[in-house]
Design a protein around this ligand. Sequence first.
Ligand code: A2P
Length: 281
Amino acid sequence: MSRADIPTFTLNDGNRLPSIGFGTYKLNGKEGVDSMTAAISRGYRLLDCAFNYENEGAVGQAVRQSEVPRDQLFVASKLPGRHHKYDQAVVTIEESLYRTGLDYLDLYLIHWPNPKQGIYVEAWQALIDAQKRGLVKSIGVSNFLPEHIDTLIKETGVAPAVNQVELSPYFAQKEQRAFDAKHNIVTEAWSPLGHASALLEDKHLQEIADQHNKNIVQIILRWHFQLGVLAIPKSANPERQKQNLELFDFELNDDEMAAIERLDRPDGRTNDQDPAEYEEF
Ligand code: A2P
């Protein structure tokens, strides 16, 4: 597969993102840069990081040292909960950018809504203003429930371009996806492989994989793609990084999509992180 073959998703602000990205949680320092460099050479073009992963520097280093032109790479980062206050959010976005050593970021998200703290609208206003200043090309949220997004739109008139949520076959987020689609928001999936847990040994997925001569991970990532969901699988292993992009040369049929949808379970989260309750700073 040639690298240019990764299809793109168009956002509600007109910008485009690759339909699959590379998760970088726990990829830090020199080893992290090496993993990200390998991922770029395998064909990944979108790198997802966060202020709280403490690896914006490594992502920036990988992007700056890459032979791939900057405008063909996409860097996403996220605002931590402890800096939702407007003035702090503005400075934190600037810090994120400076840490990467890049001229702009492609996507910036509010990492968690932290509803008990209840000032995510202030944070959103800071993201809106950062986008106007050209620091970030697109803005979005992560772990936001419909009620939180409704509040953002009501208070600012600006809908997020992306909502990044936990989403895997065991936690399929049907209602959230429908809500996002209604507002033209691209749903992004963190932990698309369910942290490599029991999901990767699921016998129903194995049957589908056997039909297509693919592995379970490729079936899972193809399912995300066909749902219109942007998955960001993480792998430190170059061979698995490569395999995880080999999903554009086959198609799941309706019955297979439905069979995967039936794996959804209410307790399918990998950790007990319900954004209505859980807060992260
Ligand atoms: P590794 O880095 O050793 O490849 P998630 O993105 O859902 O949190 O899952 C990440 C986990 O999935 C990592 O532990 C990663 O391990 C593992 N993983 C990624 N790709 C594959 C693959 N193709 N086969 C098996 N495990 C994988």
